[in-house]
Design a binder for this molecule. Structure first.
Ligand code: MG
Ligand code: ZN
Length: 228
């Protein structure tokens, strides 16, 4: 595994982009829900996705669009999702340091709104859209990007690139865990923190990253890089 420099450039303003599912939270909201409610459908569709039949977004649509799930039941499920043990400290560190922090999620805005409420935290985010029609899920993508090839509903490469264009000179950090939704963002960032399937995907490309287990590790590395 390649370790990039532990030094963050003193002359460039930092910006932190963090995946939600499995990174800011312990469990992945969408896949845990699908495992609980639609185990067979998920297994079938996943196999077809793995064989290249779907893009990441068309897989999500085939799996979850039209799901019948009363709001109350979803809310109760969301109460079972845990945040990473370092999640609140990372928000606090960014706040104290004046570092912009943004969740980039290939999950859904409805869930992220409730998860902030449930956990008493607040963050800016980009995500896909979920609205209720009665008790039925209606999904739409947040910011797809044909040019990228990731096939997700919210392309993290495109989101980080837009930030960079609006904030020239920004040193963009990406924190993530998944090869499907985080790879393009990690490649676009100036510094990538990676775990789970994202780490070997970056390794395969010979792209440097910092391995982490919890967000406490990320905070420690950021602090060391800033000479704190
Ligand atoms: Mg994830
Ligand atoms: Zn992308």
């Amino acid at each position: 595994m390649t370790q990039p420099t532990n030094t963050l450039p003193a002359d460039r303003p930092l910006a932190i982009f963090c995946d939600f599912d499995g990174t800011f939270s312990v469990q992945d909201v969408g896949s845990t829900l699908a495992q609980q409610l639609l185990p067979e459908r998920r297994a079938n569709l996943w196999e077809r996705f793995d064989q290249g039949e779907f893009t990441a977004w068309t897989y999500v649509m085939a799996l979850l669009d039209g799901l019948e799930l009363p709001e109350k039941q979803l809310y109760e499920f969301l109460e079972t999702i845990d945040l990473d043990p370092g999640a609140e400290d990372l928000l606090a560190w960014c706040e104290a340091e004046g570092v912009p922090f943004r969740i980039l999620s290939d999950g859904f805005d409805w869930n992220l709104e409730r998860l902030q409420e449930i956990n008493g935290v607040a963050f800016e985010y980009n995500a896909n859209h979920l609205r209720y029609e009665g008790e039925t899920w209606r999904l739409s993508p947040g910011r797809p990007n044909e040019a990228c090839g990731c096939g997700t509903g919210s392309c993290k490469r495109g989101l980080i690139r837009s930030y960079r264009e609006a904030n020239p000179g920004a040193f963009c950090v990406h924190i993530g865990n998944g090869r499907v939704s985080d790879l393009c963002g990690a490649l676009e960032a100036d510094l990538a923190y990676a775990k789970d399937t994202l780490a070997p995907a970056l390794e395969e490309q010979g792209h440097p990253f910092v391995a982490f287990e919890t967000l406490h590790d990320v905070i420690a590395h950021l602090k060391a890089g800033r000479g704190e």
